[in-house]
Design a protein around this ligand. Structure first.
Ligand code: GDP
Ligand code: MG
Length: 163
């Protein structure tokens, strides 16, 4: 079985864009698993000359406990709990939000190895964008622009050092 990497973060930070950037290879398996895992998408990252790993894109985590948002949040938590590595995706343009703080709190409880991925850093002062999240206390941080495929190869290297 391939190691499993879960993309976790609040809606709109660019998880799905990152998922597509990681799994873009010709035979990337992007599909729903009906009846088993609603709102989760699995794919495989096959970096050239490196080990492949599985990626799960979670539906995002809204701050509510009830209804669809609650179900989606539970899916995301379940995905994180079964993952070998969590990529906690945040938005470098917007900086840290209350919802990011909440996600961080439950990620700490889940106690999975976590890499902070600061996305949307295209056109930004990358170091400043990353420093915005220093108080999260996650030592391992990578800046990317999923939309422009910047930093993706570095991210893959960082993932493969951990899975
Ligand atoms: P998700 O809800 O976390 O899955 O986020 P999406 O992948 O759907 O992206 C949300 C929005 O952010 C979309 O409009 C994307 O085009 C945009 N986006 C994603 N990645 C980047 C990026 O690296 N840079 C910029 N500027 N926009 C991005
Ligand atoms: Mg998405």
């Amino acid at each position: 079985m391939l190691p499993l990497v879960a993309l976790v973060g609040r809606p709109n930070v660019g998880k799905s864009t990152l998922f597509n950037a990681l799994t873009r290879s010709r035979d990337a398996l992007v599909h729903d698993q009906p009846g088993v895992t609603r709102d989760r998408h699995y794919g495989v990252c096959r970096p050239e000359g490196q080990r492949p790993f599985a990626v799960v894109d979670t539906g995002g985590i809204a701050g509510e406990d009830e209804g669809l948002a609650g179900a989606t949040a539970r899916q995301a938590r379940a995905a994180a709990e079964e993952a070998d590595l969590v990529l906690f995706v945040v938005d470098g343009r917007e900086g840290a939000s209350a919802l990011d703080d909440e996600i961080l709190a439950w990620l700490r409880k889940a106690a999975r190895p976590t890499l902070l991925v600061v996305n949307k850093t295209d056109g930004l002062d990358v170091q400043a964008a990353v420093n915005e999240f220093a108080r999260y206390g996650i030592a391992d941080r990578v800046a990317v622009s999923s939309a422009h495929r910047q930093g993706i190869d570095t991210l893959i290297d960082e993932v493969l050092e951990r899975v």
